[in-house]
Design a protein around this ligand. Structure first.
Ligand SMILES: Nc1ncnc2c1ncn2[C@@H]1O[C@H](COP(=O)(O)OP(=O)(O)OP(=O)(O)O)[C@@H](O)[C@H]1O
Ligand SMILES: [Mg+2]
Length: 185
């Protein structure tokens, strides 16, 4: 499969959030314009404790279209957080009840000790659902799961460098993700 990788260094949490926002809003734009055909987009977030994964996702959610009414918090304890996303602003000016266009699932598998537990938290349902964007912190355990139920479109890896800046690599798999990543850089 075709792959490209792009690297960015951020010097503070705000810049990491802004990078997340940029990726989220590009996904929203590309979904709106029909340039992304997949209705289930999955992103894996790698990096040590405190690297900035949740910080990135806070910006990502806003960029994608999660309303300011929702505070995007770490799903460390509840494991799966779910947010409605409206792809365009058009619903705001109409009198009709807004329809949710897609769901953002923010998942943190840090506390999942064995792959069997994935089934109990409802991971299969999320991974196979339509009209969603799934972004997962600590996804490594999924590779030990016997059901190969999720295919990541993109990986984001955050490393803390010697000056405590963050070295962020984004890797895209497949043509649609590659086109998207080219717009980020
Ligand atoms: N360049 C940077 N990018 C991201 N975060 C930074 C940066 N510089 C400092 N920080 C700080 O590092 C912390 C990152 O915390 P965050 O919760 O996002 O990490 P995490 O990778 O999600 O950790 P965990 O694995 O515990 O969930 C925040 O307090 C943030 O302000
Ligand atoms: Mg986190």
């Amino acid at each position: 499969m075709n792959t490209i990788c792009s690297k960015i260094i951020t010097k503070n949490g705000h810049s990491t959030k802004e990078l997340g926002r940029k990726l989220g809003s590009l996904i929203a734009d590309n979904l709106n314009s029909g340039n992304i055909s997949s209705n289930n987009i999955a992103i894996a977030m790698y990096g040590d404790l405190g690297a900035g994964k949740t910080t990135f996702i806070q910006g990502f959610g806003r960029g994608l279209g999660v309303s300011e009414e929702y505070y995007i918090t770490s799903p460390t304890y509840n494991i799966i957080n779910e947010y409605p996303v409206y792809l365009s602003d058009s619903y705001k000016s109409s009198n009709t009840i807004p329809k949710i266009k897609l769901t953002l699932y923010h998942i943190d598998l840090y506390r999942i000790g064995s792959p069997d537990e994935l089934e109990y938290i409802g991971f299969d349902d999320v991974a196979s659902s339509d009209n969603c964007v799934i972004i997962i912190e600590w996804p490594d355990i999924i590779s030990l799961y016997n059901k190969k139920i999720i295919k990541f479109d993109m990986d984001v890896t955050i490393k803390i460098d010697k000056d405590f800046n963050r070295d962020i690599s984004l890797t895209a798999y497949g043509l649609e993700s590659i086109n998207l990543l080219k717009q980020v850089a």
